[in-house]
Write a protein that binds this ligand. Structure first.
Ligand code: DX5
Ligand code: ZN
Length: 223
């Protein structure tokens, strides 16, 4: 199995102290940054645009994983690539011409990702699976941090992992939503190698360092 990598979600960081939050999470040993872009249309919430990617890029050398929860994301791929994204993930439900959008991402020299919502069947990504660098499975309904992991996501992850092994073994399998030290082990066993963690890293219960350590310890038991 590919090594497990933990990405911290900017959405749940304290934006008043962003530079400090970035430094603390990097000292704690996270592997990449996840930037949630929401348009208030595809999801019932709005967050940030490419300026956030530029900002994180100035503060960090870690890979930036951009998650576009916006309608017709093809309009903005170039902008986010220019801003410094290493990977850009678009939603199958929001993109009319998925194949074409993936080709654009390749041309922009960023890692191409496709995401599916909890209610979307796996067949919706099957056709493009051989073309992408990462599949992002939403384990909550997108829009907000701090929600609970939807249990049915485990079976879905297993099924997608089987497809990845069959048609595109180098493709990463990423999960996003409700990942905590209490469930990351089970999710790892389903075949995930990229874990997006928001409130499981930035919360009032524990320091960022302790939270990341707890996630790593839970993963170590599995590996
Ligand atoms: C939800 C976002 C997630 C969110 C995860 O729509 O895509 O990336 O930040 O936050 P937690 O880990 O708290 O569910
Ligand atoms: Zn996300």
């Amino acid at each position: 199995m590919k090594p497990a990598r933990i990405g911290a979600s900017i959405l749940t960081a304290d934006l008043l102290h962003l530079a400090k939050q970035i430094a603390i999470a990097e000292d704690a040993g996270i592997d990449f940054w996840h930037v949630d872009v929401m348009d208030g249309m595809f999801v019932p919430n709005m967050t940030f645009g490419s300026i956030m990617v530029e900002t994180v890029r100035r503060a960090s050398k870690l890979p930036i994983d951009v998650h576009l929860m916006i309608e017709e994301p093809t309009r903005y791929l170039d902008e986010f690539a220019q801003a410094g994204a290493d990977a850009i993930t678009i939603h199958t439900e929001a993109t009319s011409h998925l194949n074409s959008a993936i080709q654009t991402l390749k041309r922009l020299d960023v890692r191409a990702g496709v995401s599916i919502n909890p209610g979307t069947p796996v067949v919706m990504i099957e056709e493009v699976l051989p073309l992408v660098d990462q599949i992002l499975v939403m384990s909550v309904n997108p829009g907000f941090g701090g929600q609970s992991f939807i249990p049915g996501s485990l079976r879905k992850l297993q099924r997608i992992k089987e497809l990845i092994d069959a048609v595109n073994p180098s493709c990463n399998l990423e999960v996003d939503g409700g990942i905590k030290a209490s469930n990351i082990g089970k999710v790892r066993q389903a075949g995930v190698d990229m874990f997006v963690v928001g409130s499981g890293v930035f919360n009032d219960q524990a320091s960022v360092a302790d939270s990341v350590r707890a996630l790593r310890e839970a993963l170590a038991v599995i590996n």
